[in-house]
Structures are given as C-alpha cells and as structure tokens.
Design a protein around this ligand. Structure first.
Ligand SMILES: [Zn+2]
Length: 157
C-alpha cells in the first residue's frame, strides 16, 4: 500500500512531490505527548514519518521533534490549536528547522516560485505572447550556452 520513502527519493525521473523535514513542537500538552498524540499534531502538517530518540523516550520534554513528509503546497503555520478533552484549548508552537523551497506553479520541489524558470514573466504583454517567448528563447539557457561557447573558444586559441 505505502511505498518506502527511499524508493521515492531514488526515483529521479519524477519530480519530488513530498519532502521529509524535521519539525519541532513546543508547548506540547502532557495528554498529547504520546505516539498517537504526536502523530495527531504532525498530521496537521503532513505525513508523520518518525520522531527522534529523545522525543520517543521523553528524555527532553521542552520540545518534541518529529520528521514529517510535506507536500509542495504545504503551509507552514507557526502554531496549531487542539481541543483537549476537558474543553481546554492547547496551542502547540511549531518550529521548522528547514522549509524546502517549492514551486506551486510547476508543482514540484527544488526551487521557490520566485525563482521559477517556467513562470510567465509579469509584463503587460498578452499571455499567449509570453508563453511563446518563454519556450522559444529561455534567457537562462541562452546565457549558459553563450558562456560555455566563449570558454571553449578561449581554451582553443
Ligand atoms: Zn515553477
């Protein structure tokens, strides 16, 4: 049913659709400091993978550290609210050790939307013209090709 994650990472033909990241949860209420509770918190952000040793053995109770698989469209909330049985609201603070850059235009990880090479330029020109320009002469590719050609020429002469 679920493929091991290493298989996904090794498959370079498909762009990554989810990436595992370490997330720290602060102010976790005692009631939620269980395998089930931490999974519940983590599943708000993505697919929980595992937690670090100290979290599992409860040797460090100031924060819980969980590895979560996040998607391209993941939001990164800094706090999460949980309703406890007694009617109390618990607020868990979330700290991200790393936020993987992802492009929602291309639906993939690897770079941010701001650095997207496929995103149409924001100019006054009609959409159709923008698309033709982007595919015909990609300025990035053109520059790289020219740089390579120049260095080759200088080596020969
Ligand atoms: Zn993109």
């Amino acid at each position: 049913m679920v493929r091991p994650w290493s298989e996904d990472l090794e498959d370079h033909r498909q762009p990554l659709k989810s990436v595992p990241i370490w997330v720290k949860f602060h102010d976790v209420p005692k009631q939620l400091w269980t395998k089930k509770g931490l999974s519940l918190i983590a599943s708000r952000l993505g697919k929980p993978h595992c937690w670090d040793d100290a979290t599992q053995r409860k040797t460090r109770l100031d924060f819980g550290k969980v590895c979560i698989e996040v998607k391209v469209y993941a939001q990164y909330p800094t706090s999460l609210k949980f309703k406890l049985k007694v009617g109390k609201i618990a607020i868990v603070k979330v700290e991200y050790t790393w936020k993987p850059p992802s492009c929602t235009f291309c639906d993939r990880f690897g770079y941010s939307l701001a650095k997207c090479p496929n995103k149409p330029a924001t100019t006054w020109r009609p959409v159709t013209t923008q698309r033709e320009t982007a595919t015909a002469t990609d300025p990035t590719t053109a520059l790289v090709t020219r740089a390579v050609a120049a260095s080759e020429t200088s080596t020969v002469s």
